[in-house]
Design a protein around this ligand. Sequence first.
Ligand code: HEC
Ligand code: HEC
Ligand code: HEC
Ligand code: HEC
Ligand code: HEC
Ligand code: HEC
Ligand code: HEC
Ligand code: HEC
Ligand code: HEC
Ligand code: HEC
Length: 349
Amino acid sequence: MGFDCTACHADLVSAELPHATPVAKVDCGTCHESAVAAFDESIHAVARRNGAAHVAATCVDCHSTHDIRSASDPESRTYPLTLPTTCNRCHADEETIAKGHIAIGNVGDLFKDSIHGRAISRSGLLVAANCTSCHGAHDIRKKDDSQSRVFRANIPQVCGTCHEGIHTQFTRGAHGAAWASGQTDAPVCSDCHSAHSIERADVGSWELDTVNECGTCHLDKIKTYRDTFHGQVTSLGFVRVAKCSDCHGAHEVLPKTDERSMIAPGRVLSTCQTCHEGATAGFAEYDPHADKDNRERNPELYYASRFMHWLLIGVFGFFGLHAVLWLPRSAMERRRRHEPPPRPRDENE
Ligand code: HEC
Ligand code: HEC
Ligand code: HEC
Ligand code: HEC
Ligand code: HEC
Ligand code: HEC
Ligand code: HEC
Ligand code: HEC
Ligand code: HEC
Ligand code: HEC
């Protein structure tokens, strides 16, 4: 960097040579006030101050001591393609995780295999998300701190810095609207996609998992969905059949009463037609959430189901009774068959 050694090793400015060892801690803050101020707020600095985990990162862990370079230098530890390796020296290291009590565990290995991780390590994509894109560099905070970038309510905004189009759709949809009105029981990006093991959206196993994810909140809807043809086939592991998002959308999910909704009366037919090409208006009247226990909503299904129910009870009841009554009779019959035939009477008797 072209400084005198003593610019950093200020304790040695007037020291006699050879100076005493070890050298004192270097105070980067004499020149980088704002970086230090931001860092002082971070979980890494807090942990160091508490002494609880002195394995937490300091300036030199991310920047080195004498080979400090700008983040735009490919040789730098903070270069976007290298940064995950810098964080993962600790966050993928079991010993540091244990010593530092990092509750979430090894996120480094998860991240490596994610779409973002591979975009960095294999595709060399500078614009893919690295740890800093989602967590910041200096003011990294715990997820339950409301000022953290990864605090639940802030997550859509963070992903939206790159996925802007999807963030816009999400904000327009019912889930985004719920967040905007202060409801906290609506999903955010990481509920459906995870945070560190994000996969491509067309990976079959992920698509099927997401159906269950919708079901963790919409309990009644997944129950009725599972009773339908679509739901039974997806539960067997086939993705071609309609999943929740095929009929509702993934991000701009809207209630039926909103005319832009994929299930609004004026649009539902075209939604079915994306897969059922020849579908007619009659076809779209099929109820994808038919509930056999709901008389108001599905009277025909309700009565048919009750009829089948009682028919079943009737049939089993009748034949059950029949069998029960038959039992003593058949036992008697069998005993009779095993009895020795009556002896012929003795002439002399
Ligand atoms: C940009 C600041 C900076 C400059 C300039 C700098 N050092 Fe250092 N040096 C450090 C830091 C940081 C440490 C580690 C101590 C600590 O944790 O604070 C260190 C540690 C050392 C150590 C202890 C062994 C080690 O590597 O950890 C020696 C020896 C040393 N420096 C020599 C030098 C010499 C000689 C120069 C001038 C050529 C120099 N330093 C210039 C920041 C600097
Ligand atoms: C004596 C003042 C001084 C001290 C002490 C100092 N730096 Fe710097 N640092 C600078 C200056 C000036 C630059 C700009 C150099 C340039 O642009 O070539 C710089 C550049 C940097 C950069 C690259 C910034 C960029 O993106 O271009 C980083 C990172 C950095 N310093 C980190 C540190 C760390 C970590 C320490 C403590 C170990 C430290 N500095 C100590 C003055 C200092
Ligand atoms: C957890 C890793 C990490 C720690 C700890 C860390 N930095 Fe950084 N720092 C980065 C990354 C990544 C960048 C580049 C990305 C950016 O600009 O946001 C950066 C950028 C910088 C820069 C250049 C840009 C700027 O903000 O001015 C300076 C100077 C700097 N750091 C100084 C420091 C100092 C001083 C400390 C200690 C108080 C420190 N850093 C601690 C990761 C870290
Ligand atoms: C030198 C090891 C080290 C490095 C490098 C490091 N961390 Fe950490 N980090 C820790 C430790 C230890 C904790 C636990 C602090 C605590 O909670 O007491 C932690 C905590 C965290 C937390 C909060 C989680 C928690 O359980 O407290 C986040 C988020 C985090 N680090 C992200 C990063 C990111 C992003 C980078 C790279 C830019 C990074 N860390 C670099 C050691 C490190
Ligand atoms: C695409 C965004 C994204 C990227 C990239 C990312 N994270 Fe995270 N991270 C999150 C979110 C969101 C959370 C909140 C917890 C959750 O939902 O699992 C989190 C949580 C964490 C935590 C636990 C925080 C706590 O308070 O318990 C650590 C530690 C962490 N990340 C480290 C890293 C490291 C290290 C990297 C890089 C290898 C990284 N993250 C990359 C989004 C990201
Ligand atoms: C309720 C679950 C859910 C939430 C919340 C969610 N997504 Fe998605 N996301 C999906 C589903 C399902 C798909 C697959 C879409 C498809 O195939 O039509 C998807 C697809 C994607 C894709 C790939 C684009 C595509 O259509 O192939 C990206 C990128 C994405 N989501 C990012 C985000 C971001 C960013 C957020 C937060 C603003 C978010 N998602 C919130 C379920 C969700
Ligand atoms: C720094 C920018 C950036 C941030 C922040 C970011 N992403 Fe990405 N994301 C990308 C890039 C670039 C790709 C494309 C990678 C590829 O295709 O190789 C991608 C790909 C994806 C995909 C796969 C899309 C597909 O085609 O199937 C999903 C899903 C995704 N991101 C979700 C998220 C979520 C959720 C968050 C927030 C937790 C997030 N991303 C944050 C840049 C980002
Ligand atoms: C974390 C819980 C959660 C998850 C996961 C979730 N939702 Fe929602 N959903 C909500 C909440 C909360 C609302 C807003 C309901 C309200 O305002 O009454 C909502 C609203 C809706 C609506 C609008 C209907 C209405 O009652 O407002 C539809 C349709 C919907 N979600 C479908 C889905 C689909 C499809 C998925 C999966 C891709 C999904 N949801 C995942 C919580 C969730
Ligand atoms: C084949 C298409 C289709 C599939 C698959 C589907 N739905 Fe629906 N969903 C609909 C239709 C059509 C309606 C409107 C039914 C009505 O008239 O009430 C609806 C209604 C809803 C509603 C209430 C919306 C409102 O405005 O009242 C929610 C919530 C919902 N579905 C969630 C889900 C979830 C969760 C899944 C997956 C487990 C799912 N849906 C699967 C088509 C579908
Ligand atoms: C993502 C594609 C997709 C969407 C969207 C979709 N379906 Fe299906 N559905 C299928 C597939 C695949 C089958 C399996 C039978 C087949 O190949 O025709 C099926 C089967 C059915 C069946 C039972 C078998 C039959 O053909 O009679 C009904 C009823 C049905 N769908 C109704 C609907 C209705 C109503 C909608 C719109 C609300 C809809 N589907 C939307 C893919 C879809």
